[in-house]
Design a protein around this ligand. Sequence first.
Ligand code: BGC
Length: 353
Amino acid sequence: MTMPSATIRAFGELSDATPVEKVTLKNRHHIEVDVISLGGIITRILTPDADGQSDNIVYGLETLADYEQDGAYLGALVGRYANRISGGKFSLDGVDYALATNNGSNHLHGGEQGFNKKVWQMTPFATQNSAGVILKLVSPDGDQGYPGELSVEVTYTLTDDNTLDMQFVATTNKPTIVNLTQHSYFNLAGTGSVLDHELQLNSQFITPVDNNIIPCAELMAVADTPFDFTTPKTIGRDIDTQHEQLLLGSGYDHNYVLKTEASPALAEAACVYEPTSGRVLKVLTDAPGIQFYTANFLAAETSGTGQEHHRRGAFCLEPQCFPDTPNRADFPSATLLPGEQYSTRIVYAFGVR
Ligand code: BGC
C-alpha cells in the first residue's frame, strides 16, 4: 500500500498574474483531495464506491478563471463571516460597522472579496498515517469592512481513517467577529440529482428565516415539518412541500441548530448515504449550527472537466455560527477578542455501506 502523500505544484495565474498552487493529498485507501491556494478551495475529492470504483464527489471547475468568476463558493473556505449578516451592519463595543452588501441588502460569506477570493500560503505535509496542507492568511484591519487584523490558519488533514479533518484557528488585534466554514458541494454518486440521497441531520430545530433569508425571532422545531431529518429520509421526499420556509429558500437553505451554547465537543451532525454507489459521508463538527443547502440557486452548466452542475445536483452541509449572530445576543457568540483564539473543527468522514 502506498504511503500518504502531499504534493504541491503550480496550478496557474490569476488575471492579475498572482500565481496559484495546487496540493494533492492521497491516503492509503485511494482517497484523493485537491486543494488550491485561491480560497483554500477543494476542487476535487475522489473516493471509492462500494465496488472500489473512484469518482469525484464534489463540484469543481476546470480553470482558475472559472474560480475567479465563481459566485457559488464551490468548495471554498468561507470567511470572515460565513452566511448572512442583515443589512451588512453590526455593532461591537458600541462601534457600528458597515460591511459590503453582496446579497441583496445583506452581507454574505465575507463579501465580494471574501476569503474564497484570497490567495493563501500553502504548506503541505505528510506523516505515516496522514497527508495535509496548512493554509495561512493575514486579513488586514478593515478588510471588507471588518475590524481588526485577523491571522487565520486552516489545516486540512486527510487521514488513513478516511477522514478529511479540518481545523480552523484565528487571532485578532482588535475585537471582531469570525465564522469560518467549508463550502463543498457534494454529490456522492458523482453525477445526477441529490434528491435520492438519504440524509440524517441530528438537529431538532432550525433558525427559520424571513424574506431576506435572515433568521427571525424564534427557533422552529423540525418535528412534523419537511425539515425533520432526525431519522434518515431522502433529500427530495419533502423538498417541494408548500411550506413557507421551503418557499423562502427555494428548497432547503437553512441553518440547523446543533447546540445553543458554544462548546468544543465534536459531534456527528449529519450522515448522508447514496444508494447506487453505496457511498456514505458523515459530517462532524463542534460548531453550533450547520447550514443545509440544496444548491437551489445553482444554474445548470457544464464545467470545463465535462462535469454537469445542476440546481439540486449537489448539497452543502456548512458547519457555522448561526446566521446574523453579530446582531443576535440570543445566539452563541461569534465575537473574537485580542488574546483569544477562535477555533473550530469540521470533519468529513468518507465510507461505504
Ligand atoms: C447559502 C445560499 C447561497 C449559497 C451560495 C449558501 O451557504 O445558504 O443561500 O446561495 O451559499 O452562495
